[in-house]
Design a binder for this molecule. Structure first.
Ligand code: ADP
Ligand code: ZN
Ligand code: ZN
Length: 743
């Protein structure tokens, strides 16, 4: 008789262990480590799926307790050994159930049969298509122009890329089809979403680029694998260096994962990789369906593609011959997962690279403190690009003290200096980008008589005013109609504080009535493809000013932008978050980096109420080292990451008393246990947002220089929760190592 240790596909601490099952004789040959099987589970012996993680010849489990595997799961995909290994690493490192870690490491678990893919290509002869293009240009049919230009360059484009990423409507496609200019074909199997006619030759590298690449190549050829930090100012040609590295690794018969923040996954970025590597490239993004995603991973597993590009989850691409992981904009907060397991893609990539003997290249103009510290201390190899390509100069920056504007009676969100610079650009026909350092609707609603802020009845957060005065909770989705009177004092003076982008747009067009303004925020990009549509239209010169939130900072090159304004630069300094200054420095530097990408030099205006803050000053002079020196000292004093480690422990429960009681018990345990050890326990306290969806939240922090000690503490807490099952009933625990935000 053979037995299997099975992880049940339920993400709960209580079942987070291996359960032993009998393997029936007829399945003995089929069941391996990694097989997904159907088992009877629990008191009712309900059918559940489980992952076989262990095989045994004997067991000390009593015979009458043993159940038998029912059958192999039909739809499930085989789990590879190395995926199990990575999941196990995540479990140990981040504290989460094995089932949840397996789910994360295997984001595609279901086969979806019969995917048909539609593809658009030119039907007309090239000449005819060019004539038609000229006609569309004359008539300002911008969508048709956009599509035809791409099709004259590319052999074919997948339908969904055209509608979603290029932002072209089905009507436009139909119109062009009826004219006989283009055609739409359907295919049964998955094809490359963009097929190019001619692959582009690599550019000749600048001296700095060549030096960075040579270091990497020499190491790679010598069999040396490691982690590299490519630290290069904006526009210094990091992508070009990645592509050389990728080409080299491919030439060695290896495969490559490229991670980019979802927000940067624009059509422009995508095509850069397709133009260079053609159908060796595949793409994962959040707009793919589960079936499409499965197909992409299958293609990777079979070696039909060798480069996978995508956000965080692309890290789990099942390549057999992984040789390199590139993480672009490695400082981005989106690389940290905000659901369990709360893994960081950078750390996980490095763990994966060690398991698979691959290298990791991290790139940024504003490296995370974590990465730069590692590089300075020699654990990562530092590769530096200090100059922009093609002698494009860095822009000139001006810090504007908004307190002076207030004193001079200017209540507008724009300073006099910025306004006059914008007027100048309008006259010269150059473009401006205005970057608002906050989300589209931060507009909470309050009573001007008694000061009451209108909150969500289920969550401890202010409701946000949307179009038409509707109030919405951004955490649970609760909605209520417009408020006409204060729920507390009855006064009619309830108003929204709408300082969002919409309000700024109104004020901007009042100041500059002739300017053509495009606004890009969560509001104007809700529909698929709108994001790209706005960027395209701005790139085509259809507007003078692009006003937007963080999403305008990335992904596109606009050579005719010569002016960048950063409004409310210091907003991200507010609050208690220890990463505030770092975020401010990054946002301001990246925004400033958008100016002067072309021939003409650029200007940047940074508006702030804290002009002397080191994050603002350093960003204005694009001086990363100065910022790093100040910030790392601050972190060292209080032991914040990367100068120490921090574990946030979050307890959630239906009642505040229960959450508080369990948090206190745990914190006390760890304090007692930690005596004489190098760790500090802070709290517990009510979380900053004390409830979400009627679930109460308590949090405490453990700090230590020794990450392993924190992992041991985590193990003890997990054990405590298991042993005291009855006492802690209804309470959940979650861990967050080196959190990106305070709770
Ligand atoms: P980064 O990723 O560092 O911001 P990019 O890779 O986007 O920089 O490069 C900025 C611009 O310079 C791009 O338009 C790119 O095509 C161009 N470029 C990069 N390297 C070279 C080179 N060696 N020769 C000519 N142009 C280059
Ligand atoms: Zn009131
Ligand atoms: Zn709510």
């Amino acid at each position: 008789m053979k037995y299997a240790g099975i992880c049940v596909d339920i993400s709960h601490e209580k079942v987070d262990k291996l359960f032993t099952y009998r393997i029936p004789e007829q399945l003995e040959a089929a069941v391996e480590v990694g097989t997904v099987v159907v088992i009877p589970f629990g008191r009712g012996s309900h059918e559940r799926e489980g992952y076989v993680l262990e095989l045994m010849d004997e067991t000390d489990c009593p015979d009458d307790k043993l159940k038998t595997i029912l059958r192999l799961s039909e739809k499930a995909v085989f789990v590879e050994q190395r995926q199990i290994k990575l999941a196990a690493w995540m479990k140990q490192h981040y504290g989460c159930s094995m089932a949840a870690c397996l789910k994360t490491a295997l984001p595609v678990k279901r086969k979806v049969e019969g995917v048909t893919v539609r593809e658009i290509s030119l039907l007309a002869e090239k000449e005819e298509a060019m004539d038609y293009l000229a006609l569309c240009q004359k008539k300002h049919h911008v969508a048709k122009v956009r599509l035809l230009e791409q099709l004259l360059d590319k052999e074919s484009l997948e339908y969904s890329i055209v509608t979603k990423s290029l932002g072209i409507s089905a009507q436009t496609i139909r119109a062009l089809t009826e004219q006989g200019i283009i055609r739409v074909n359907a295919f049964e199997t998955y094809r490359t979403p963009i097929r190019v006619r001619h692959l582009q030759e690599p550019k000749e590298l600048t001296q700095e680029q060549a030096k960075a690449f040579d270091t990497f190549q020499a190491d790679y050829n010598a069999g040396k694998r490691g982690t590299y930090l490519l630290y290069g100012v904006t526009g210094s040609g990091k992508t070009e260096v990645y592509m050389r590295m990728i080409a080299h690794v491919l030439s060695q018969g290896k495969q490559v994962i490229v991670l980019i923040p979802e927000i940067a996954l624009t059509y422009q970025t995508m095509t850069r990789f397709y133009d260079r590597f053609g159908d060796q490239v595949s793409l994962i993004h959040s707009k793919l369906s589960e079936g499409e995603r499965y197909d992409q991973f299958e293609r990777a597993r079979k070696g039909l593609v060798n480069v996978m590009i995508g956000p965080r989850s692309a890290l789990f691409t099942p390549f057999e011959q992984l040789g390199l992981i590139v993480i672009d904009e490695e400082h981005e907060g989106t690389y940290k997962s905000d659901t369990n397991p709360k893994f960081h893609a950078r750390e996980t990539a490095i763990a994966l690279s060690e398991q698979t003997n691959a290298s990791v290249v991290l790139g940024s103009a504003t490296p995370s403190l974590e990465a730069y510290k590692e590089a300075l201390e020699g654990r990562y190899t530092l590769l530096t690009l200090s100059r922009r390509v093609m002698r494009a100069r860095l822009p000139e920056t001006h810090i504007v003290d908004m307190r002076d504007e207030m004193k001079n009676g200017n209540r507008l969100p724009f300073s006099e200096a910025l306004l006059s610079a914008m007027r100048g650009r309008l006259q010269k026909g150059e473009q401006t980008m205005l970057f608002v350092n906050r989300r589209g609707y931060e507009g909470f609603v309050s009573c001007r008589s008694c000061g009451t802020v209108v909150k969500c009845p289920h969550c401890d957060v202010a409701l946000t005013e949307h179009q038409g005065g509707r109030l919405v909770c951004h955490y649970c989705g609760f909605e209520r109609p417009k408020l006409t009177s204060c729920p507390v004092c009855g006064s009619g003076q309830v108003r929204g504080m709408r300082a969002g982008t919409q309000k700024i747009e109104q004020e901007l067009s009042a100041c500059l009535p002739d300017a053509r303004i495009l606004r890009m925020d969560a509001d104007t990009t809700k529909k698929k493809g709108e994001h790209e549509k706005i960027l395209q239209s701005f790139a085509n010169g259809e507007a003078d000013i692009l006003l937007g939130t963080q999403m305008i900072v990335k992904g596109h090159d606009f050579p005719s932008v010569t002016l960048v304004g950063v409004l409310m630069a210091d907003l991200s300094l507010a609050g208690s978050d220890f990463r505030g200054p770092e975020r401010t420095f990054q946002i301001v530097t990246q925004a400033a980096g958008r100016a002067g990408r072309g021939e003409k030099p650029g200007d940047v205006y940074i508006q702030t109420y804290q002009p002397e803050h080191y994050a603002i000053v350093a960003a204005a002079s694009q001086d990363y080292e100065a910022f790093y020196a100040e910030e790392i000292e601050m972190r060292a004093v209080v032991g914040y990451p990367p100068c120490g480690h921090m574990l946030a422990v979050l307890l959630t429960s239906k009642t505040a008393e229960q959450a508080s009681k369990v948090a206190t018990a745990l914190a006390t345990r760890i304090r007692t246990w930690g005596e004489g050890k190098k760790l500090i326990v802070l709290g517990p306290a009510q979380a900053g947002i004390s409830k979400i969806n009627d679930v109460y939240r308590f949090v405490f922090y453990i700090k230590s220089k020794d990450r392993q000690l924190l992992e041991i503490a985590k193990d003890r807490m997990e054990l405590f929760m298991k042993i005291n099952e009855i006492k802690v009933r209804g309470t959940s625990i979650a861990f967050d190592f080196d959190p990106m935000n305070t709770y």
